[in-house]
Ligand binder design. Sequence first.
Ligand SMILES: [Zn+2]
Length: 118
Amino acid sequence: MLKNVITFSTEPLKNCYTDIAGHSYCTRDFVNIAEGNKRLARLIFDACEGKSLEDTVEDLISIKRLGRCETCGKIYLAKKCRTCPFCKKKRMLQSSYLSGVAAEAAGLIQGLKDDHVI
Ligand SMILES: [Zn+2]
């Protein structure tokens, strides 16, 4: 694994990161995956610890540092973004969590009905 923050900052076309599988990336690859957002590119670069660029992005999405628009598929900083900065579509905040809660509540109500409580 190779990671060079100086190359990242100063030479966008030179290899600044090589993952453990041997894939090399230059700053432009980070900027491209970050939809041109250099701050976002830097955040992804900082998070790279040997995984591929794509896997690192997936990890950042799973810990909610990044959001991915469910409509246009683009990624952006999750913090404070309530709408997608690209297509302005409202984010589905933690939709999987909420549907889990809804399913649990429905199950609970059914249980109460079965017990003739309601
Ligand atoms: Zn979008």
